[in-house]
Design a protein around this ligand. Structure first.
Ligand SMILES: Cc1cc2nc3c(=O)[nH]c(=O)nc-3n(C[C@H](O)[C@H](O)[C@H](O)COP(=O)(O)OP(=O)(O)OC[C@H]3O[C@@H](n4cnc5c(N)ncnc54)[C@H](O)[C@@H]3O)c2cc1C
Length: 288
């Protein structure tokens, strides 16, 4: 099988690591790969045109795209143009059986999906903390088509929200609905700051507007690979767990001993989150 790894030049290394993780999970042999490098582009159309033009004289059986909206969009739209098939956020595959697997229903189950028509255009799931992968393969630069789409009248960039720094944080304090109020959230954020931890939040905490959207952890938000992650006042829903599962050491604080979060934790503390975090802050201060 001939496989193209489609890598945006701006994040070539991390995209390669993610795809490498997918390849390792899928137990694929590496000898048929080539890398197609994409330039930066404001729009997907010039990239799609470039990919299509490169594909037609030298087709491949499968194109692997990195995670995120751009990988998913390019995979889906290119598959449509090439009359192939697309799936996004794929965890791994069994190519002998022609199936791919991805999380479904908020991460509550894993779906196995049959592949039929080639080319298969697959964008992989995010793999925070994935090992560095530097295969010795051919790298081809795909030029973007020069023209903007004819239907585009005007466009302007919208400023990004401030980066939270969550994605690369080594120490994360993840807070859930158990925090209970914006005042308590502010207290927890202060404690996190004193402990040198980055604050993240569950969807419940974010939807209550106790913190900003860029703090969201989980399948709809950021996925961290922290050295230590404290999950305080979160129940442990699968959609949240996928945001912290790659962390090396997880501490759970919850006043319900039956909470699912304890199944994912290295250490569990059954108690209210504020007294525990306050005590932790005091211990660390005394230690300093
Ligand atoms: C398609 C889809 C995508 C989703 N994506 C995400 C996502 O990306 N991220 C995400 O987080 N969720 C996501 N969700 C929602 C997810 O399923 C859960 O509803 C959510 O994670 C629950 O948040 P929580 O644990 O904070 O709240 P709850 O489930 O309400 O849990 C609160 C916990 O706090 C404990 N508690 C209460 N008071 C205290 C206290 N004083 N001290 C200690 N513990 C206390 C309770 O015992 C309870 O276990 C998604 C759902 C769907 C369907």
């Amino acid at each position: 099988m001939k496989i193209a790894l489609v890598l945006p030049e701006a994040r070539q290394a991390s995209a390669l690591n993610e795809i490498g993780h997918f390849i390792a999970c899928s137990e694929m042999a590496p000898e048929h790969f080539e890398a197609w490098l994409l330039p930066e582009s404001e729009f997907s159309e010039p990239l799609l045109e470039g990919l299509y033009t490169h594909f037609v004289p030298a087709p491949v059986d499968m194109l692997l795209f990195p995670s995120g909206w751009q990988g998913a969009e390019l995979a889906t739209r290119l598959a449509h143009r090439l009359q192939g098939e697309a799936w996004s956020a794929i965890n791994d595959a069994d190519f002998a059986r022609q199936v791919v697997r991805k999380n479904a229903y908020g991460g509550a189950l894993v779906a196995e999906l049959q592949l039929h028509n080639k080319p298969w255009c697959l964008s992989v799931a995010a793999a925070p903390g994935a090992k560095t992968w530097q295969p010795e393969i051919e790298y081809v630069h795909i030029p973007a088509a020069a023209q903007k789409p004819a239907w585009l009248v005007e466009s302007g960039a919208i400023a990004d929200e401030a980066e939270s720094g969550l994605a690369d944080a080594r120490l994360v304090l993840a807070v859930g609905r158990g925090v209970g109020s914006p005042q308590a959230m502010a207290q927890v954020e202060e404690i996190a700051c004193g402990l040198g931890m980055e604050t993240g939040a569950s969807r419940e905490a974010v939807m209550h507007a106790w913190c900003s959207m860029d703090k969201l952890l989980g399948m709809s938000g950021t996925q961290v690979a922290a050295d230590v992650c404290i999950a305080a006042g979160v129940s442990g829903a699968p959609a949240f767990i996928s945001g912290i599962a790659h962390s090396r050491f997880i501490v759970a604080i919850n006043n319900d001993p039956q909470a699912a979060i304890f199944r994912h934790a290295d250490v569990g503390i059954v108690d209210g989150l504020l007294p525990v975090l306050t005590e932790l802050q005091t211990c660390v201060r005394e230690d300093i």
